[in-house]
Design a protein around this ligand. Structure first.
Ligand code: TYM
Length: 355
């Protein structure tokens, strides 16, 4: 039995460099190892938490699928599927929610972040989040946080547990969700006194999980942050975005600590350039001789060396809708077979028995 690998990405737009370096690149490498059974999917049910335009959602599902394949995922070697094609997922989501606490969901960082935004709370988050809880439970305003956003981690845990995944390659921002998945698995096993669900781990080829920063000086690269370099960006606009990256006035003393925006440029450079190039620019910085323009030019070329071939393949694949349809039909069948078995067992364990 090969170890099972599973991961997914939400179809909320085109994929960006954070998605690629934090997740998709690892998917491709794990597939190339040839020692895993791979499941990679498009998390369209998760995308519904932000109530997207229905037409745009459907297009984005196709876009991400084509990007998966363009980046190197091979439907003959990995099961590629759409989350909503696996009807067993919503069923297990309902069952697992019976063992998930509202409080632990409300305490997850991603929920707090998004809920505060939806409620229009601008004060800094506190440990007890009294202002958020008050708004959610007792608020008289007509703003609401949808329940799907709260139970997002249950749905993600189900994606993983239903396929009995051993490894879940994700970026750093998803680690808390993975921790919850392990907690839910342990709780279920101990409640029913079974050794049923596995506890999945992130996978980083021995390194640390990646967080790709934005080029606007702070935070991570993300669609809602509006600071993305996209895999399908043409050369010219991509170069332009990199050249516009925030820096500072330059170091004035040797070995001066780097300001956040400069650190971010180096963080991305480390992920895309050879170690000698990183060393070259680090030395230049430490000697106060760095020219940020040169650093950015190098960075843009190294990013394009990765993204331009993906972009060109994407254009070919995206137009072949008949092929894309065949891929997801094949994937759905395999993903459902695994999922069906898990749900049948869970029903049995929980006492939902046939007459
Ligand atoms: P999503 O769609 O937000 O992101 C998809 C993947 O991209 C990674 N990522 C990043 N990595 C590094 N730096 C960044 N700036 C960056 N931005 C995004 C994310 O860590 C993620 O791996 N909840 C998931 C989707 C999901 C899932 C699952 C993943 C649903 N079910 C089951 C794994 C297993 C999400 O929202 O990812």
């Amino acid at each position: 039995m090969k170890p099972i690998v599973l991961s997914g990405i939400r179809p909320t737009g085109q994929l960006h460099l954070g998605n690629y370096l934090g997740a998709l690149q690892k998917f491709v490498k794990m597939q190339q190892e040839g020692i895993y059974e791979n499941f990679f999917f498009i998390a369209d049910l998760h995308a519904l938490t932000t109530n997207p335009d229905p037409k745009a959602l459907h297009e984005n599902v196709k876009n991400v699928l084509a990007e998966y394949i363009a980046a190197g995922l091979d439907p003959e070697k990995s099961t590629l599927f759409i989350q909503s094609d696996v009807h067993e997922i919503p069923e297990l989501y309902l069952l697992l929610n019976m063992h998930v606490g509202i409080g632990e969901l409300m305490r997850t960082a991603a929920f707090k972040d998004k809920a505060r935004k939806q409620l229009g709370i601008t004060s800094p988050a506190t440990d007890d989040d009294e202002d958020m809880a008050r708004e959610i439970i007792g608020g008289n305003s007509n703003k609401r946080v949808n329940a799907g956003l709260l139970t997002y981690p249950t749905l993600m845990a189900v994606d993983i547990l239903i396929q009995k995944a051993d490894f879940v390659p994700v970026g750093k921002d998803q680690e808390q969700h993975l921790e919850l998945t392990r907690r839910f698995a342990r709780r279920f096993n101990s409640f029913y006194n079974v050794d049923f669900f596995k506890e999945p781990q992130n996978f980083n080829f021995g390194g640390e999980p990646v967080k790709v920063p934005g080029l606007d000086g702070s935070g991570k690269m993300g669609k809602s942050e509006g600071n993305c370099l996209y895999l399908i960006d043409e050369d010219k606009p991509l170069r332009k975005k990199v050249m516009r990256a925030v820096t500072d006035a330059g170091p004035t003393e040797p070995n001066q600590p780097m300001a956040e925006p400069v650190k971010n440029l180096f963080a991305i450079l480390k992920l895309v350039a050879t170690p000698d190039k990183v060393q070259f620019f680090t030395d230049a910085y430490n000697r106060c001789e760095i020219r940020y323009g040169d650093l950015k030019k190098e960075l843009a070329e190294d990013i394009l060396a990765i993204t331009a071939p993906i972009r060109e393949r994407y254009k070919e694949i995206r137009n072949d809708e008949a092929y894309l349809r065949r891929v997801v039909e094949m994937g759905a069948e395999k993903a459902r077979a695994h999922a069906r078995k898990t749900v049948e067992d869970v029903r049995q364990i929980m006492g939902i028995l046939p007459f």
